[in-house]
Design a protein around this ligand. Structure first.
Ligand code: F6R
Length: 608
């Protein structure tokens, strides 16, 4: 879960690499480094800390040269120290390498290389690759890398340079994301698109077990057998601006505010004449009619989206749904039947656990429909069909706009399946589509409450714990609210179905415990939720209720209210989650946390 970037061209490489690397910092930020070929020599700088801190200390951009690689690290093998930071090199210092992934047989390879006299400087699995290439090097870096890769088991996205061949940049991929940026008189490579957008919008997505040789004016992609593979160039529609903060203090806040626009983009092209049209669904009406069961696999916030999807699909399309943590799914020999559909949900499309679950389901003959945000990502490419959320780049580590866009796609799939199965009538579809069209403006009106939500946050930012309660379709929103708070503010928070509270968590309630309750009037269990609120209040807990606009009654019963507009019960989670995102954001900011780069986390978990 690191970020890598590489450049070859006529410009000074170091500033471009560091600029690109900053856009990958969401992938890892415990250390960073750069290697440039200047005067036929490899010049390296690296240290622990965030890129900006390191740059202030040792100036990362003053290295001269037009070819280089850079890396930001999220430690997997070896502690966080300068020696373990990338780039790593071989014994001669002529080869430098950056790596994202995990080499599974590195111990075995390291023993072999040590026996041959190689000297190691770090504890990383990556350094093994540099020595293995050195072992095979005979004046041809491409050939030596191909030989080395045949001995390696595991995941890698690699950038490699060699001072004896200062006109080549080598990139290679297996199970870790890697793209090539195709420019004019310059080429580059990176773990993710935002890193290269300042240079080019033309991108080639490398597939597993592919190696690319980049020169200033050309690029060539080969299989590990050395045979050339023709690749398509994809034009990326995002621009560098979209990947910037545009005046917001943090990406997380910017992305929360982008939700009305992101949702419009998600819906765009999927609704016509008050009907849902999913051209990219990739399933025939006959296949849809036969679906007996849906299995949703995902992780984290995307898993919460899956839980909301379960409610939608079971209630409106009458299809039984099971939602699985992707990380657990593949290890329990899941039963997959002929008429089951597997839906994989992933913002990044690179989450290793979700990708592995998808491959497992595929092996068992399942058809995979994925919901992804990143076009051309690994999960998208492994799937039978993809519905993209088109929410734009999500850089903040805490997922916000991707989540609400995923809910929109799940809602559209639900209506579409219900229509094909003859369960939802034309009139009902019309009404459901009308409800959906209200959402962007309704979110906008929640965003207008931001100041007020910030004020509420001031009462709670010093608390040590928080409890989130919801019922029915808003129970996953309680889970999501708790996850947002803990990941960005480091306050311990738990989400519970409100009625479960009396079976244990109620013991935690005292006057220090804020309890955030989803209590909108459209919720069928509204009255029951009011009873749950009484249970909290009578034990001294502080209640913050997410309520329906105009609900005056509830104000008398709770300490704080955050009103949201009313929509249908099925769409209520999309509105209810927005104040919880803002609440978590403000609390984290008031506590002085690094909101966009919370400790120990990385945006894209490309390791299992
Ligand atoms: C939480 C968060 C994570 C991700 C999870 C899956 O805010 O962002 O829980 O949702 O790591 O990531 P994707 O959706 O990229 O597969």
């Amino acid at each position: 879960m690191c970020g890598i970037v590489g450049y070859i061209g006529s410009k000074k490489a170091a500033p471009l690499l560091i600029e690109g690397l900053k856009r990958l910092e969401y992938r890892g930020y415990d250390s960073a480094g750069i290697a440039i070929i200047g005067n036929k020599q490899i010049l390296t700088k690296k240290d622990i800390g965030k890129i900006e801190e390191i740059h202030k200390k040792i100036n990362l951009i003053d290295l001269n040269g037009n070819l280089g690689i850079a890396h930001c690290r999220w430690a997997t093998h070896g502690s966080v120290c300068r020696e373990n930071a990338h780039p790593h090199s071989d014994c001669s210092g002529k080869i430098a390498i950056v790596h994202n992934g995990i080499i599974e047989n590195y111990n075995e390879l390291k023993d072999k290389l040590l026996a041959k006299g190689h000297k190691f400087r770090s504890e990383t699995d990556t350094e093994v690759i540099a020595h293995l290439i050195e072992e095979n090097y005979n004046g041809d870096i491409k050939g030596a890398t191909l030989k080395a890769l045949k001995e390696i088991d595991g995941a890698y996205a690699l950038g490699i340079i060699c001072s004896d061949e200062p006109d080549k940049l080598i990139a290679a991929r297996n199970e870790s994301p890697l793209i090539i940026g195709v420019g004019k008189g310059e080429n580059c490579m990176a773990s993710d698109v935002p890193a290269i957008l300042k240079l080019t919008n033309n991108v080639v997505f490398l597939d597993d077990k592919e190696l690319a040789v980049l020169t200033k004016d050309n690029f060539k992609v080969l299989g590990l057998d050395g045979k050339e593979i023709k690749k398509e160039i994809t034009k990326i529609e995002w621009n560098a601006e979209q990947a910037e903060k545009s005046g917001f203090k943090h990406f997380m806040l910017k992305e929360i505010y982008e939700q009305p626009k992101a949702i419009e983009e998600t819906i765009n092209g999927k609704i016509s004449n008050d009907d849902v049209v999913l051209k990219d669904i990739g399933l025939s009406n006959n296949e849809i009619s036969k679906i007996n069961r849906i299995l949703i696999v995902a992780c984290g916030t995307s898993w919460h989206a899956g839980l909301v999807g379960e409610f939608m699909l079971e209630e409106l399309a009458k299809i039984p749904v099971e939602v699985e943590y992707a990380s657990e799914f593949r290890y329990r020999d899941p039963i997959i039947n002929k008429n089951d559909l597997v839906i994989a949900i992933s913002q990044s499309g690179e989450t290793a656990d979700t990708l592995a679950a998808l491959k497992e389901a595929k092996k068992k003959g399942a058809k995979i429909l994925s919901i992804c945000n990143v076009v051309g990502s690994s999960i998208a490419r492994e799937s039978y069909s993809v519905l993209y959320t088109h929410a734009g780049p999500e850089i903040g580590v805490a997922s916000t706009k991707a989540f609400t866009s995923q809910l929109i796609i799940l809602y559209l799939i639900t209506i579409y399946f219900g229509k094909i199965k003859g369960i939802i009538s034309k009139d009902q579809i019309k009404n459901r589509v009308r409800d959906l069209r209200k959402i962007p403006l309704q979110i906008q009106s929640v965003l207008e409450e931001n100041k007020y939500i910030k004020l509420h946050s001031k009462y709670f930012y010093k608390k040590a714990n928080a409890l989130y309660l919801g019922r029915g379709i808003n129970y996953p929103i309680a889970l999501e609210g708790a996850l947002k708070l803990k990941e960005v503010s480091y306050i311990h928070a738990e989400g519970y179905p409100a009625a479960e509270m009396k079976h244990g968590p109620i013991a935690l309630i005292d006057k220090e415990m804020p309890v955030i309750v989803m209590a909108t009037k459209d919720d069928r269990t509204y009255k029951k939720v009011l009873a749950n609120i009484e249970e909290v209040k009578s034990r001294g807990g502080i209640v913050i209720a997410i309520t329906s606009e105009g609900d005056k009654e509830i104000r008398k019963r709770v300490d704080h209210t955050i009103p949201i507009p009313q929509n249908s019960y099925i769409l209520s989670p999309i509105l209810a989650v927005v104040p919880l995102q803002l609440f978590a954001y403000h609390i984290a900011d008031l506590r002085g946390c690094d909101v966009d780069k919370p400790r120990n986390l990385a945006k894209s978990c490309t390791v299992e």
